[in-house]
Design a protein around this ligand. Structure first.
Ligand code: 5GP
Length: 190
């Protein structure tokens, strides 16, 4: 999607450690008109996939997932990153290693919100090594639900997570795929 590439070129900042900062439109301040375009494109890609639920991880995936949920008219579930007092009863859990924070954490979702009858679309802001998406995929498997695929705002293709998922047969639709990134140049996959 060219509009995502143009936005990254205009406002994205490459930080040390191959981190792309998109705080001005996606990760801290949210450009709502832009978010709507992203959500429309993601919804369009999966409109015929029978999606009944969207699954993301708190916190940066929630805004995009909610916007896509509005487009598709389905509920949005977000996996929590810590066991909290307001999640009780049976839960599905998975371990996720965070490349940006260099630590592992548990994600969990109540079994009330993911059912074997669901067809689930995963949505997230970034796809890098694929750890977050793998964790979400595990939650979907534990629920016995069907996976429609994943809609991603920005895929860092050079970190391989997206292509590994595609090789496993998961449909991954990214609004922009970055194949290389340096301080002064970003190369997008054509
Ligand atoms: P993965 O699990 O695929 O390695 O990384 C995906 C998660 O790490 C995303 O949920 C995102 O929050 C975070 N992440 C990975 N790379 C970047 C990046 O370059 N910039 C930002 N802002 N977040 C990233």
């Amino acid at each position: 999607m060219r509009f995502m590439e143009e936005k990254i070129r205009a406002e994205g900042k490459v930080l040390p450690g191959q981190i792309l900062k998109v705080g001005s439109f996606l990760n801290q301040q949210i450009d709502t008109a832009f978010l709507k375009k992203v959500a429309e494109a993601m919804a369009q890609a999966f409109r015929d996939s029978g999606v009944t639920k969207i699954l993301t991880i708190e916190s940066s995936g929630i805004a995009i997932a909610t916007a896509v949920g509005l487009e598709l008219g389905v509920p949005v579930v977000f996996a929590k990153k810590h066991k909290s007092s307001n999640v009780d009863g049976a839960v599905y859990t998975a371990e996720v290693y965070s490349y940006t924070h260099n630590t592992s954490y548990t994600i969990l979702v109540s079994s009330d919100y993911l059912k074997s009858t669901d067809t689930v679309l995963l949505v997230d802001d970034f796809l890098a090594n694929g750890k977050a998406l793998n964790g979400l995929t595990e939650l979907v498997e534990q629920a016995g639900a069907r996976l429609a695929g994943a809609a991603i705002a920005i895929e860092k293709g050079f970190q391989g997570g997206g292509d590994a998922l595609r090789a496993k047969g998961v449909r991954v639709e990214s609004m922009a795929v970055i194949d290389a990134m340096t301080d002064d140049a970003i190369v997008f996959r054509s």
